[in-house]
Ligand binder design. Structure first.
Ligand SMILES: Nc1ncnc2c1ncn2[C@@H]1O[C@H](COP(=O)(O)OP(=O)(O)OP(=O)(O)O)[C@@H](O)[C@H]1O
Ligand SMILES: [Mg+2]
Length: 239
C-alpha cells in the first residue's frame, strides 16, 4: 500500500525527517509514537503532499505509484485521507455541504453522522466553534466519507472524552476491519489501541524511526520509562 524509502523532509529550510523508511501493507495498521516535535505530523503531511514540506531525498510509493510530485488532490484521488491534528475552521461551508461533496450516498452520510453523534452539527460551519471533541469527530466523519484506502490519523483521540473515544474507536475499527483498509495512526494517549487491531508500532525520535515492535508493548514501555528506554531498545536505529 505505502512504501517510503529513505525519505528526508525539510520545513522552512530545516531538515526534520532524516532517511525515514516505512512500509504499510494492505489491511495493516501502524501506530506511531514519539515525543513532541519529533516529526510525526511532518511525516503525514509530507505523505499527503502539503506545501512547505519539501522532500529533499527519497521516494514515496503508494499503490505502486511514485507520488513525490503528485498534488494533494491527486493523492486524495488515489486513496489517501488525512485527519488533522489541528483541523482548519471553514467559515461559510457547512459540515453537511462538505459531506455531500465527499460522498454521494445520503444514507451513508446520515448513518455515519448518527454513529458519531454529529447530527445536530451538520448545519454548522465546519469546525467553527466546535468543541475539541466535536472537531475530532467531525474530522473522522469527513475522512471516512472520502473512503480512503490509507488513513493518516494525527492524534485522533486527543482532547476527546472517554465515551466519545469509545464511539470513535468502534467506528474506526469497523471501517478498517470490514474493508481491509490501512492506517497510520499517531497517538500519545494510547487509548485508540483498545479499539483497533494494530500489530505494528514505531517510535519516531528527532526525525528518525528509532524502534519498532508490538504497539501495546511499546506504549507500556513509554508509560513506564518514558522515551529514554526507547533509545536503548534492541531495534535501535535499524540502519
Ligand atoms: N512550518 C514550520 N516552521 C518551522 N518549524 C516547523 C514547521 N512545521 C514543523 N516545524 C518543526 O518541525 C518539528 C517537528 O514538528 P511536528 O509537528 O512534525 O512534530 P510532532 O512529532 O507532530 O509533535 P507533536 O507530538 O507535538 O504533535 C518541530 O520542531 C516543529 O517546530
Ligand atoms: Mg504532531
Amino acid at each position: 500500500m505505502l512504501d517510503i524509502k529513505k525519505l528526508s523532509v525539510a520545513v522552512e529550510g530545516k531538515t526534520i525527517l532524516k532517511d525515514v523508511d516505512l512500509q504499510i501493507g494492505k489491511g495493516e495498521v501502524l501506530v506511531l509514537f514519539g515525543p513532541n516535535g519529533s516529526g510525526k505530523t511532518t511525516l503525514i503531511k509530507a505523505i499527503m503532499g502539503f506545501g512547505g514540506y519539501s522532500v529533499k531525498r527519497g521516494q514515496m510509493l503508494f499503490r505502486d505509484k511514485v507520488i513525490n510530485n503528485f498534488s494533494i488532490e491527486e493523492r486524495e484521488h488515489l486513496g489517501i485521507g488525512i485527519m488533522h491534528q489541528h483541523p482548519p475552521k471553514i467559515r461559510g461551508v457547512k459540515l453537511s455541504q462538505i459531506a455531500q461533496f465527499l460522498c454521494k450516498n445520503e444514507k451513508k452520510i446520515k448513518d455515519l453522522a448518527r454513529r458519531l453523534s454529529l447530527e445536530e452539527h451538520l448545519d454548522r460551519d465546519i469546525n467553527l466553534g466546535f468543541s475539541g471533541g466535536e472537531m475530532k469527530r467531525s474530522e473522522l466523519f469527513q475522512v471516512l466519507l472520502q473512503d480512503p484506502h490509507l488513513l493518516l490519523l494525527d492524534e485522533p483521540e486527543s482532547g476527546v472524552d472517554l465515551e466519545n473515544i469509545s464511539i470513535m474507536g468502534k467506528v474506526l475499527n469497523d471501517y478498517l476491519a470490514r474493508q481491509d483498509k490501512s492506517a497510520l495512526i499517531i497517538t500519545h494517549t494510547g487509548y485508540i489501541l483498545d479499539y483497533i487491531n494494530a500489530e505494528k508500532g514505531c517510535v519516531m525520535m528527532e526525525g528518525e524511526f528509532w524502534c519498532e515492535g508490538n504497539p501495546k508493548e511499546i506504549f507500556e514501555s513509554i508509560k513506564k520509562s518514558g522515551y529514554e528506554k526507547c533509545k536503548e531498545c534492541q531495534w535501535q536505529k535499524k540502519s
